[in-house]
Design a protein around this ligand. Sequence first.
Ligand code: HEM
Length: 316
Amino acid sequence: MVEIIPNWHPILVHFTIALLTIAALLFLIPAFAGRNHSLHGIETTANWNLWLGAALTMLTVVAGFQAAGSVAHDDAAHLAMDNHKLWALGTATLFVVLALWNTWRVHRGQAIGLGFAAVMLLGLAGLTATGLRGADLVYRHGLGVMALPQAADGGHDHESGAEHSHAEADASDGGHAPAATAPPDPIPESALSPAEAEVVAVLTGYHAALTAGDAAAPEAFVLADERFVMIEGKHLNQGWADYRDNHLKGELADLARVRFRLSILGIQVDKDLATVSFIFNVLPRSGPEMDFGSGRASASLVRTGNGWKLQQLHTS
Ligand code: HEM
């Protein structure tokens, strides 16, 4: 599957929507104009749009179930998904019945009646409702989306390297306002002391392990007990098990599609305690070097008999 496409469903929906919409609209012409030799081509086109549309809709439904079982979602999205599914199943059933009805009609050489056209329009209304609910899943609930713009709390890098915040922008400058302060330049790897390099290696290893698709992988880099604290925006997980089971597991599939790049802004190692502030960028695992998002973070690590371990991570 292409990296940025979560599953086949978003591809197939377009065939369902386009073919069945065209079919419904084309059937209206002979339905109202009556049997007319010059409209024969329109009727044939409508027939094939309906038959192909109904066949592909079965694939769309199968892909929909596969999508629903694989994309990360919260309770609100789950309810919205159930609603979308009900509309989809009702609509798909109606179009399959219409396709069979149409086959029977063609075999018997019957003209397109107003009743048939009316049921096609009903199907079109169901299709519109289903499609809007599907779009709601993506654009409101963010299902299948790899990253959302950090407009509320961040800003993003333009080619000049200057940070600016869209959240702070006003209309007077065309929507672009400079952020209050630009972040300091990242510390180059060569400037790190051996102890600092060890700490950064653990932090980098932890972020790489997050993308391994296995909740056990990052465990080697953390204090995997109650001392672990994760604060992500307004969410707080206390203890590694809480974070792993109630947070990380739901994001594993999405994380497996990306990689992190860390830019260290500040680091302090004091005996057995290290603190690091950094920016992380989320990039596609492979393919073009595009930025899916970024965040600011600070981390505390403690030195154990088994090397440095991440004790606290705060991201925003
Ligand atoms: C007539 C059949 C269906 C139609 C026309 C339809 C339409 C759509 C549309 C238009 C989207 C938004 C896609 C986008 O903006 O990229 C969508 C998303 C979605 N639909 Fe459906 N859908 C159908 C059946 C189903 C079924 C049966 C399910 C199972 C629960 C389902 C689950 C989903 C999910 C989870 C998404 C979120 C995006 C993704 O991960 O693919 N859909 N659908």
